[in-house]
Structures are given as structure tokens and as C-alpha cells.
Design a protein around this ligand. Structure first.
Ligand SMILES: *Cc1c(COP(=O)(O)O)cnc(C)c1O
Length: 426
């Protein structure tokens, strides 16, 4: 298909994330991707290829077209690409579940595989609400979270996303009213810890669970906070009989410098959500893990089953590539890689702090953020980065990057230069 034909059809028929219909700005057409490079169907701003600074939204941690991951998909494709999971099981899903139990914090033991991060959060919420129902406490059905979060775009996840994100105003009266406190400060403050304890205590009688993104709040504002708050949440939840859910869909699999963000302080949640990098960015899959306490509670209730079962649950292709991606990650010196990227981002993004209009530069693990003091001019910022040969996708007042862990030092320097250029232009 010619590029202009493709774009005309795209504009007329295809929704893009958070976009209007018909589309108002043409997306770039990607023809193929390999390593850390996206090959464009038509050169743009003089660039035929772009270095990927986004890992396709946290997911492609090993880069694209990776021979090991390709082999995992091909090998599984020849055996079976899918089979229903009701009444049937198979090695890829079982191996993946066992592997996830092994690498996530104790005592998470039971795995529900679904097809996307948002669904894994729905499942986590259903688990928590049903747990309390089974125990004869159906009034415990609200969720507690801090502002600035993002948990996905389906209804329950939306209800715990940052209420100032715009979505909430549109859906007043439709979304479940949850309990919010202020977003966590970056550094540890005893007064904020006390606020968490007090508010969890005050609402405990109606709370099913506390749900947060540990250490890094992603799409809600790319904010970082002291992991010590996780210990505070764990203790408050234990003291007041509330379940604790960690949404590690963005932070899982090494992105913040530890395998899971919970590992920064060794805090175990009752339920954890994983997604994004789970399959190395190859296929859509997510997982919700829970403890035996939660599973037993549900299974001993009046309705002794977890009534959820997506058609593509445990998809063999996705399971196989997820196993391969985890093995690949753990076989590499991923901590060293993430530390190297962290150092590169610190050095490369620091000069951005001197640019007019830049409010803050922050780096944690393989995540770099330049926050402006105004909403970014998306078109101008994107063009500036593309001119430098780099793909980034700013939003709100944020120009940020989370490159694949395999990004080399030279490419990393180019990503930093492009983020600086985008910040200057946007
Ligand atoms: C992306 C994300 C989700 C939603 O995952 P999808 O696969 O897009 O449905 C939920 N929580 C967090 C923290 C995320 O980053």
C-alpha cells in the first residue's frame, strides 16, 4: 500500500490511543523494527530510522525482532498458537505461572493470566472485593489510592486513576467513588506517612484494598517516590485488615533497577499486577498474582470460584514468549544494563534542567523524565526528536524516555540529545 493511501484509510477508520475520529495528525508509518530501531515507511525529517526511546510503552525491554524471542514464538506457533483454557491446560502457561511465582515477592503463589494490563487490574479488584464478600464483609468494597496514579482505561482501573487527569470529570456519577489522598511526595515525609495511616484507618471498614503503583507513577505523571512509603502502606493495611495491591505493570521486570519495584524495600503485596514487559513487547498478556490467603478466602466463599475467564486466557504464544523474555532477562546482567542506562540518562538529561521552560529533570533506573512548566507542544516536540533520529511520545507537560535495556551508549546519548531538543522545542 502506498503511504498516502495507508494514511488516508488510517485517518478515516482507525482509532489511535486517546485520539479523535477522524485523526487530526498523521502518525508515522513504521515498516519494521529491529534492535532498538524503528524503520519508517517514508523518511521523515531526513530520518529513515528512529532510535526507540519508549520501548513501545515500557514493553520492548530487549528491543525488536530479537532472535531468541522470535524462536520462542515460532517454536510455539508450530505446536499450537491457541487453545481454550477452560478444562484444558498446557506447558507454556504452566511454566510461565511457575516462573512468575518464583521471581515475584513471597508469598504470591497463584496466577491469573489475562490479555491486558487493564484487565489484570479488573481481576485484582474482583479478587479483593470477592475475598471480603466470602468472609461475610461485603461492605468492604471501596479502593484507597493516592493521586497521580494510572491503572488502565477500563472502568475499575479508571476509578483509581488520577481524578484530575480529565477522565474523571467526564465520568462523574459513573465511576465508582474511591478514596483518594494527595500524591506521594518524592522524599520521605513523616507527616505524609501519618496521613496514609490515618486515612486507611478511617476508611478501613469500607475498604477492600489499597492499590498503588509502587515507586514510580507512570502515565499519571511520571512521578517517583521514596519506597519507604510502601512499608507504611503494608503496615497500615495489616493493622486495619485491608488488602494491598501493587500495580507493577509498568515497573516490573527491572525497569526501576530492581526486578520489581516492591523489591526496593522487600514489601510483599497481597495481589500484584504484571503486564507490559511481561512478553518482552511481543504479544498482549498480563498476569494477576495473589497469595494463598486471598485465594483460599475466595475459594471458601458462598460462590467458591473466581468468576473471570477471558477467551484468550493463558494464550500459548504469549506464554511461550513471556517465558523466553524472562529467561533472557535473567540470563543477562540486567542490573548492570539498567544502571548503565540510568547513569547515561543522568548525564545526558542533566543539561535540560538549564533550558527555559523546564521545571525538573528526574531519572530512576532506566526511566528519564523532563518535566516542563507548561503543556508540551506535541507536534513541535515530536518533530524536534525525530529530526535527531529518535522516537519519543511526550504527554501533558512531560517529555520522557524508557529505552530498551539493550540500548548502546551512543544511541542512549542520541536519545538524550533528542529529549533535550524536544524540551527546547516543546
Ligand atoms: C499501562 C498500564 C496499565 C494498563 O495496561 P494496558 O495493557 O494498557 O491495559 C495499568 N497500570 C499501569 C501502571 C500501567 O502502566
Amino acid at each position: 500500500m502506498r503511504n498516502d493511501e495507508l494514511l488516508a484509510l488510517d485517518r478515516a477508520h482507525v482509532w489511535h490511543p486517546y485520539g479523535p475520529m477522524p485523526g487530526r495528525t498523521d502518525p508515522l508509518v513504521v515498516e519494521s523494527a529491529s534492535g532498538v530501531r524503528l524503520r519508517l515507511a517514508e523518511p521523515t525529517e531526513g530520518q529513515a530510522e528512529l532510535i526507540d526511546g519508549m520501548s513501545s510503552w515500557w514493553s520492548a525491554i530487549h528491543g525488536y525482532n530479537h532472535p531468541v524471542l522470535n524462536d520462542a514464538v515460532r517454536g510455539q506457533l508450530d505446536r499450537m498458537s491457541h487453545v481454550m483454557f477452560g478444562g484444558l491446560t498446557h506447558e507454556p502457561a504452566v511454566r510461565l505461572a511457575a516462573r512468575l511465582v518464583e521471581i515475584t515477592p513471597e508469598p504470591l503463589r497463584h496466577v491469573f493470566l489475562s490479555d491486558s494490563g487493564s484487565v489484570s487490574v479488573e481481576v485484582a479488584v474482583k479478587m479483593c472485593l470477592q475475598y471480603w464478600r466470602s468472609l461475610g464483609r461485603p461492605e468492604k468494597q471501596r479502593l484507597f489510592t493516592w493521586r497521580g496514579g494510572y491503572h488502565g482505561d477500563t472502568w475499575q482501573p479508571m476509578s483509581v486513576c488520577d481524578p484530575d487527569g480529565g477522565m474523571h470529570e467526564l465520568w462523574t456519577g459513573v465511576l465508582q467513588p474511591q478514596v483518594f489522598v494527595d500524591a506521594p511526595p518524592a522524599a520521605y515525609e513523616e507527616s505524609y506517612a501519618e496521613l496514609l495511616r490515618t486515612e486507611i484507618g478511617k476508611h478501613a471498614h469500607e475498604l477492600a484494598a489499597v492499590i498503588v503503583e509502587p515507586v514510580v507513577q507512570g502515565a499519571g505523571g511520571m512521578r517517583f517516590h521514596d519506597p519507604a512509603y510502601l512499608t507504611v502502606l503494608r503496615e497500615a493495611c495489616d493493622a486495619h485488615d485491608v488488602l494491598l495491591v501493587f500495580d507493577e505493570i509498568a515497573t516490573g521486570f527491572g525497569r526501576t533497577g530492581t526486578l520489581f519495584a516492591a523489591d526496593h524495600v522487600g514489601v510483599s503485596p497481597d495481589v500484584i499486577c504484571l503486564g507490559k514487559a511481561l512478553t518482552g513487547g511481543y504479544l498482549s498478556m498480563a498476569a494477576t498474582l495473589c497469595t494463598s490467603r486471598v485465594a483460599d478466602g475466595i475459594s471458601q466463599g458462598e460462590v467458591p470460584v473466581l468468576a473471570h475467564g477471558p477467551t484468550f486466557m493463558g494464550n500459548p504464544l504469549a506464554s511461550a514468549v513471556a517465558c523466553a523474555s524472562i529467561d533472557l532477562l535473567l540470563s543477562r546482567d540486567w542490573q548492570v544494563e539498567v544502571k548503565r542506562i540510568e547513569a547515561g540518562l543522568r548525564e545526558g538529561l542533566a543539561p535540560a534542567a538549564e533550558l527555559p521552560g523546564v521545571r525538573e529533570v528526574r531519572v530512576l533506573g532506566a526511566i528519564g523524565v523532563v518535566q516542563l512548566d507548561h503543556p508540551v507542544d506535541l507536534a513541535a516536540a515530536t518533530r524536534a526528536a525525530v529530526r535527531e533520529g529518535v522516537w519519543v511520545r511526550p504527554f501533558r507537560d512531560l517529555i520522557y524516555t524508557m529505552p530498551p535495556y539493550v540500548t548502546g551508549d551512543e544511541d542512549l546519548a542520541r536519545i538524550c540529545a533528542a529529549v533535550r531538543a524536544a524540551a527546547a522545542a516543546g
